[in-house]
Design a protein around this ligand. Sequence first.
Ligand code: FMN
Length: 111
Amino acid sequence: MSLDKTLTFSRGLTLKNRVVMAPMTTKMSFYDGVVTQDELNYYSLRTGEVGAVITAAANVQDGGKGWEGELSVASDQFIPSLSRLASTIKRNGTKAILQLFHAGRMTDSTI
Ligand SMILES: Cc1cc2nc3c(=O)[nH]c(=O)nc-3n(C[C@H](O)[C@H](O)[C@H](O)COP(=O)(O)O)c2cc1C
């Protein structure tokens, strides 16, 4: 099977090819989980050709944060930040997938 072929999921979303960037934590976000320009540059350098990019883990709750520099999706206040991230990744038809994450027993109340 060719990696160049499109891939359509059962709910209708189509990836333009079968190459997907795995989620890799870079610890580049601001202390409060807002995306940084360095982080946008990192994704910009890697997107555009692949079918989809899965972002680094993004904590779904303040109490679910696992490390400094983690991306946050804990409240609506992050929508502008996440929109910038999505637009950066969605260049040239690449799909943007946000990895939802809660660190569970690995959370650290000091961060
Ligand atoms: C620096 C680094 C950061 C990673 N961060 C995440 C992450 O945030 N979320 C996740 O699910 N996997 C993360 N991974 C795991 C990768 O997505 C991938 O699954 C792993 O490297 C195994 O890939 P492989 O099966 O091709 O060897 C990370 C891997 C590396 C090397």
